[in-house]
Ligand binder design. Structure first.
Ligand code: EPZ
Length: 421
């Protein structure tokens, strides 16, 4: 298995191109199941999760052509030839459950494996199930698989979500485009990836209003046609690389970055005495002081501070001046990076959903392990500011969500290399 070796680096300078959003692409790709006509996605990121989704869709009947080095996904589902999303694919990637809504809408039945737990939490699907049942689906759990069917097609309904689940909003939004009548999603998730999906579905002929707010209204139509759509910029990759100059010093421009994708995160960086400036090409991030200021962080649904940037922010706060408290409110077990950071000398106390971080002068390089996708990159960030070498193992987690990590970090002056062992 490969490892990544990180040498203390900094100050950093230069530009990082930010890719298309993994979490947008993973919901845009299943939208191909809603139409017989081809869907083309440009600015698609080159990630193992995207390849996993392509594999799943191909097993259902989609013709997937990855063109131009994976940046373009040409997807065509003339006919759904298999209605089962098997456990061996779904357990690798929870987002596989996003074929449930489109398959139900297009063909009236679907069998989708429950994803099983993952490192950060139990990841249940009760909100997806309750909502689709309100639209007329009959769903039962058998042998770890959800067996979903509709006798007379899905029908529009008012669907209040008990929690603004991103995935549930996406499944319902896609299903509702072909349902009979009007669907209203109340307490809908407002993430930019939802807005991107709605814009793509509208290009395919869907009638949607209110995306980006907590109330989305969809008028069902008889069929959708093909479209070409650019995947929105990845706000989580953006925030991750914004932390590189924050942690290691210097000034870096993130190409394609826009402040409105992660306003709460930018505000927190500025509170920590890091400057964030919008440029014609993206966001310019500069570390003004040797040590950043300690800040308290609470993860929330959009537009709050993103849970997917919590681990990376913790890496910054390990060497901040003062004590920071991070509260994780979205997932029940998302502090597994804390013990790894403590191996590097960080002073962190975790209790339930709270982590108290007392800033230390300097972290020390050490062998550490990637525990989940976002925690993996936070170890690289910590290694940039550490004395000596940090060796990160289990880097397959990284490949799921960060393309060209080594070249992007080294392109701004970091000293990291990937070694096969
Ligand atoms: C999406 O996951 C993202 N994944 C996650 O990113 C992200 O952390 C999450 O949204 C929150 O922003 C993709 O978009 C592929 P949720 P999703 O449904 O849709 C609970 C990454 O690193 N819940 O909003 O699964 C759930 O257990 C990944 O890229 C239920 O209880 O998130 C969690 O505690 C990690 N019942 C909370 O809601 C349900 O039916 C948020 O889940 C659904 C969710």
């Amino acid at each position: 298995m490969d490892s990544i070796v990180v040498k203390g680096s900094g100050p950093l300078s230069g530009q990082v191109p930010i890719a298309g959003a993994k979490n947008a692409c993973l919901t845009l790709m299943p939208a191909t199941l809603l139409s017989e006509e081809p869907l083309t996605l440009t600015n698609a990121p080159r990630l193992s999760d995207i390849r996993t989704m392509a594999e799943l869709l191909a097993s259902i009947g989609t013709e997937v052509a990855g063109l131009q080095d994976g940046m373009v996904q040409a997807l065509g589902t003339k006919e759904i030839t298999n209605h089962v999303a098997h456990y061996d694919i779904v357990r690798k990637m929870r987002a596989s459950n996003l074929v449930l809504g489109p398959m139900l809408a297009r063909m009236g039945y679907a069998v989708v494996s429950l994803p099983g737990g993952c490192a950060i939490g139990a990841r249940p699907m009760d909100i997806h199930i309750d909502s689709l049942e309100k639209m007329g689906a009959k769903i039962e759990l058998k042998d770890g698989y959800l067996h979903a069917k509709t006798d007379r097609g899905l029908k529009g309904a008012v669907v209040p979500l008990r929690f603004a689940s991103v995935g549930a909003t996406e499944n319902i939004l896609m299903a509702a485009t072909l349902a009979k009548g009007t669907t209203v999603i109340e307490n809908a998730a407002k993430e930019p990836e939802i807005v991107d999906l709605a814009e793509c579905l509208r290009k395919m002929g869907a009638q949607i209003e209110g995306e980006g707010t907590s109330r989305i209204e969809i008028q069902g139509v008889d069929r959708l046609h093909g479209a070409t759509h650019p995947v929105v910029t990845d706000r989580i990759e953006l925030g991750t690389y914004m932390l590189a100059p924050a942690i290691a010093g210097g000034e870096v421009e993130l190409l394609g970055g826009r402040r409105n994708l992660l306003e709460a995160f930018c505000n927190k960086l500025e509170e920590a005495d890091i400057s964030v400036t919008e440029t014609a090409d993206g966001l310019l991030v500069k570390n003004n002081a040797a040590r950043v200021k300690a800040v308290d962080v609470k993860t929330e649904i959009f537009p709050g501070f993103p849970t997917d940037l919590q681990a990376q922010m913790m890496a910054l706060l390990c060497t901040a001046e003062g004590t920071s408290v991070l509260e994780e409110t979205i997932f029940e077990n998302r502090f597994m990076h804390a013990p790894e950071l403590m191996r590097m000398g960080a002073n962190i106390e975790v209790s339930g959903g709270m982590a108290k971080v007392v800033g230390v002068d300097q972290l020390k390089g050490a062998p550490v392990m990637a525990t989940d996708l976002r925690a993996s990159v936070s170890m690289i960030l910590a290694g940039l500011a550490a004395e000596g070498e940090t060796v990160l193992s289990r880097v397959y987690h990284l490949d799921r969500g960060y393309e060209k990590v080594v070249s992007k970090f080294n392109g701004i002056g970091a000293k990291i290399e990937r070694v096969s062992s």
